[in-house]
Every structure is written in C-alpha cells, then in structure tokens.
Design a protein. Structure first.
Length: 79
C-alpha cells in the first residue's frame, strides 16, 4: 500500500517531551530553521534525519508524520 505524509507531527512529539525545536536542533547539530521547515511541511525529512530525530526523542519514525493511504489508478502497475 502506498502511503503519503499528510502532516508533520514533530512539534507534537516535542511537546510531549517538553522540548523546544532549538533544543532538539542543538542535540542533532542541525539549524533550527531546518526543523521548522519539516514541521511546516516545506521540506520532508530524509530517512536518515527521521531516524536520528526518532532515536533522540525515543519514538518511532512513523510517529513523526500523519500517514494516509494513497489510491492508485486502477489497472496501473506500481501505483
């Protein structure tokens, strides 16, 4: 099943842990602006970044986004 990221839940994960974006950015040596771009869905996290964030926050990678199934076109392979 094909999935699409509908919304970034990073801010929610940070809130649950009482962390600020700037604190997470410091732990990962990222610029806070990069994390704000992920939160606003201006950018999508590469897998390596998502795994690093999830590991740092102690959550599952899939919990960083809201995922929804995407319907493919009938009769199309790979949809």
């Amino acid at each position: 099943m094909k999935l699409e990221a509908r919304a970034c839940l990073l801010q929610e994960r940070l809130n649950e842990r009482g962390l600020k974006v700037e604190e997470l950015a410091g732990k990962l040596f990222y610029k806070p602006e990069k994390l704000y771009d992920y939160i606003s869905m201006t950018r999508i996290m590469p897998l390596q970044v998502a795994v690093s964030i999830a590991d740092t926050l102690g959550c599952e990678v899939r919990s960083l986004y809201e995922w929804v199934p995407v319907e493919g076109m009938p009769g199309k392979e790979g949809s």
